[in-house]
Design a protein around this ligand. Structure first.
Ligand SMILES: [Zn+2]
Ligand SMILES: [Zn+2]
Length: 158
């Protein structure tokens, strides 16, 4: 939660993370759109403590499978509400709101696994609607194209 929130609130990190948010339509592949530096920084920040804390190989393997599944599932174009459990676990509906340009959704729904963390810190989207209206970065300033997006964090004058 805090790593993801930092990517939104620290300007130098947002330059990297904006690439992930440049998707205009959501599907299961959208989670794979990430700047290579974000990928390396996040994996290190998450996996290094788990490794240093001495978790067994089995636990780390299970964690990687769950993370891999949720990264694909949360972006997928399926409506999974889970009833009241949607306040506990992150669903596609929950993460789709995170990708919205709608005013009520900006810098909201940061959690990747447990939705209740956003309810706890007051960053959950309050909308009754199932899906947001429009996806992407507000202002649409991230360019299209692999190489342009690779260079974007270093060339953006924003
Ligand atoms: Zn984000
Ligand atoms: Zn995402």
């Amino acid at each position: 939660y805090w790593t993801h929130r930092a990517y939104h609130e620290v300007p130098v990190l947002w330059r990297l993370h904006a690439v992930h948010h440049s998707v205009k339509s959501m599907d299961w592949m959208a989670g794979s759109r990430q700047h290579i530096l974000e990928l390396l920084i996040t994996r290190t920040l998450v996996l290094a403590p788990i490794y240093v804390l001495g978790f067994s190989k089995e636990v780390i393997d299970a964690y990687i499978v769950i993370v891999g599944f949720q990264a694909v599932f949360n972006h997928a174009n399926v409506s999974v509400r889970l009833g009241p459990l949607r306040y506990v676990l992150v669903t596609p509906n929950f993460h789709h709101w995170h990708h919205s340009q709608d005013q009520e959704a900006l810098d909201r729904n940061y959690a990747a696994h447990f939705a209740f963390i956003d309810y706890l810190f007051g960053t959950a989207v309050k909308s009754d609607r199932l899906w947001p209206g429009k996806y992407g970065v507000l202002g649409d300033y991230v360019p299209n194209g692999f190489v342009k997006q690779l260079k974007f964090p270093f060339t953006w004058k924003g």
